[in-house]
Design a protein around this ligand. Structure first.
Ligand code: TXA
Ligand code: MG
Length: 325
């Protein structure tokens, strides 16, 4: 394997030299580079095979460290104060300090402060913020351990900072705050901060807009229908214990009763707790993908509460076959 685990010292050096490296966060591992350097950021797109129309999230060590990169309205300021460090990404009007390659030419930038001690130590040691998408090949399953990142980039010279397994295991919630304060905030991607937590902050319902914004440019361009995709068919279904599966079928579900007849099962949470299930989800998808005895899998739909909405979003995308335009 060319990708390898590196020390914090070497991570700092590599980033200062303009290289990209794998970093831990509480959500998923990121593939990070100096967000102020177009050349460094270009390496992220190249390594991932990521379409350049899909913008990146910029990570800082604190709200103060990120102020120079976007316009924080009073609402943005209070959200950042309430939820950072944490799995909430705010999409705000960008300043010129962020190169266009980071935002794919949009006039907004996505910002967050990760809640992971090693990531924060790294960010504090750097004179610039880090642009970092999830550290997987474009369209594939997000990594929740350093080992996953090594597997994704086995053929590339990429250093990975090992911060253990990701506690949340699902990407951040992406929240768009329109410049015009009379327009409502919109969730662009459900994630580690659940809708009910945000709705109690706003004391109102929030809308979710993950689909194409206009006929040409998707509002959150990363929200393509097929994503997080295993190489084999995954069927996303309403829970049904009476189903008799065909041979070589896996099951990814939850609840006190694991159904019979499957070749392999992943019970993500016998107690039906989505917070327990989330950090196990991507690992289960990876194990399903790499198990040669399995030809397909059935994944159960979650109740929408708490992280259920985000888990369902990921499973739905993992069950789609092709990228939509
Ligand atoms: O938890 C996370 O968010 C992880 C860790 C590494 O922080 N990062 C992550 O990045 O999931 P990525 O690139 O896989 O997903 C970023 C999402 C995409 O859906 C992208 O389209 C959206 O955020 N996004 C980024 N900048 C945006 C912008 N200016 N406007 C709208 N959506 C944006
Ligand atoms: Mg991603």
């Amino acid at each position: 394997m060319k990708a390898r685990i590196i020390s914090l010292h070497d991570a700092i050096e590599a980033l200062k030299k303009g290289n990209c490296i794998g970093i831990p966060t509480e959500t998923v591992y990121g593939l990070a580079a100096d967000a102020t350097s177009p050349e460094a950021v270009a390496k992220i797109f190249l390594s991932k095979g990521r379409p350049t129309f899909n913008p990146l999230i910029v990570h800082g060590s604190s709200l103060d460290a990120l102020r120079a990169y976007a316009e924080f309205s009073p609402l943005a300021y209070s959200l950042a104060t309430a939820f950072w460090p944490g799995p909430l990404t705010l999409v705000l009007p960008k300043y010129d300090t962020i190169p266009d390659i980071v935002t794919a030419g949009h006039d907004t930038v996505a910002l967050r402060v990760p809640n992971h001690p090693l990531a924060l130590e790294l960010l504090r040691a750097l004179p610039f913020p880090l642009a970092a998408p999830s550290a997987n090949r474009s369209g594939r399953i997000s990594p929740t351990s350093a080992q996953h990142v090594l597997e994704e980039f086995f053929d590339q010279e990429i250093g990975v900072l090992d911060g253990g397994s990701c506690a949340i295991g699902l990407e951040s919630t992406v929240l768009y705050l329109p410049k015009d304060p009379s327009l409502p905030p919109t969730i662009l991607r459900p994630g580690g901060i659940s809708r009910n937590v945000l709705e109690s902050f706003f004391k109102s319902r929030l809308s979710l807009s993950t689909s194409a914004h206009s006929s040409f440019t998707p509002r959150s361009p990363g929200m393509l229908a097929s994503h997080y995709a295993p190489h084999k068919p995954l069927h996303f279904v309403t829970p049904d214990l009476s189903l008799s599966p065909p041979p070589h079928t896996g099951w990814i579900g939850y609840g006190p009763t694991t159904p019979q007849g499957f070749a392999r099962t992943w019970n993500l949470s016998p107690a039906i707790d989505s917070l327990q299930a989330a950090p196990r989800l991507f690992q289960a998808l990876r194990e399903f993908d790499s198990d040669p005895h399995l030809h397909m899998a059935i994944a159960w739909q979650w109740p929408q509460e708490d992280l259920g909405e985000a888990i369902n979003d990921r499973l739905r995308r993992a069950s789609q076959k092709k990228y939509l335009p």
